[in-house]
Design a protein around this ligand. Sequence first.
Ligand code: SF4
Length: 477
Amino acid sequence: MNRLRAAAARGLRRSSGRAVPPAGQGRKGASPRGGAPAPAPPPAQHLFSDPAEIEALRGSLLAWYGKCKRDLPWRTLAATEPDADRRAYAVWVSEIMLQQTQVATVIDYYNRWMQKWPTLQALAQASLEVSVAGAGSSPCSPGSSSNTRLCLLEQEVNELWAGLGYYSRGKRLQEAARKVVSELAGQMPRTAEDLQKLLPGVGRYTAGAIASISYGQATGVVDGNVIRVLCRLRCIGADSSSPAVIDRLWDMANALVDRSHPGDFNQALMELGATVCVPKAPLCGECPVKQHCQARRRKLFGKPTPVPDVEDCDVGGCPLCPPATEPWDSSLGVTNFPRKAAKKQPRAVRTATCVLERRGCHGALEYLIVQRPSSGLLAGLWEFPSLPLAEGLQEEKQKEALADHLQAWTGWPVAAKGLQFIGEVIHIFSHIHQTYVVYSLPLDGDVTLDPALSPSRWVTEEEFHASAVSTAMKKVL
Ligand code: SF4
């Protein structure tokens, strides 16, 4: 059965996120001979084809993991929780939080989340209660108590998520929890294929992680750590973000995964990448699978390699070797692998932001924050009133544009000369180099806001830092 599953997994090639059949088997009645020739298998250097070697690698890796794995709250839950749905939920939350975020950062967030919503039902039920009450109207629009409740829940999620980045992840988790309860009778899908198909925000990696760790399904996973380890183990130097290489790595992960302990094996491979086979200075001497590592052999023995079974790779013509224009660099050793196509430069964006402040009724300074739209960058988070600036705008023009924006938004007369320049704050998002040009504007007297305008509120400094504001905005105050 497992072999059949593995064969099926190998037969599926990904294209634009959709599974398509292998070449020659696409449409009913199409002749395999009439289609494009099947791609040649990669050279042996890039494969694990010896069953004895696979067995040995699994054994070494699992033994090392048993001794050296880090003690992490989601691992404890996955190992001790008898209920499969609760186990899957615990793994799911951790996997979503760990996307793009370091383990050390995630632990606190994870513990707080699980304390607040310890089960899928707890999260879904809270979401459903407000969702049903708010049915028929768009979230976060003003003027309805049900929407206010829905917004409060989103706000709670955002507050808990603030600092983790990629805020849409928390929202998707909520949506998927609602779906499990309302459409799947409260039961999590039981296979990687169904998890990916049925749950919004669950991709191939997350589905594989949940299914292998929670249900023991013998399915591999490929994340950044696994990419690095596998590329080094098998000297894969072609662009590791290309679909062709990613497909090969999935095949390899599915072939390698231990059939009896798939969850531990997958976690071990990721743990190896996170703690030993690290990007810049891997600890090859301590590596439990060093005897299976082609990159290490190449580093030790140089080129041409004296290992007979790795001499069959035609460097330059091989789709998995480094391109001929970027050959092996002996000064880099094993860190020749993996390689990625050059990253696009982040886009430079300038935004004027205004810290509006007043004395609250207790004499403490208060600041006005407004909520961002419910989709797009930093969706639903709170910020100081802000305005994207056109390129090359001089300071006087910036102030005028910001004053006009504040006046149109608040309905109060705002003079550009009242805006005081404070400084610039830079924040780097993955794809944006953001500069906030910060102004302040003190306000006198009792200022009230029109509730029909964008959601807004006055907060003290302490409340500001406890609110669902982005890390970038926290740098401003
Ligand atoms: Fe990574 Fe070094 Fe181990 Fe190879 S021997 S897998 S490069 S840590």
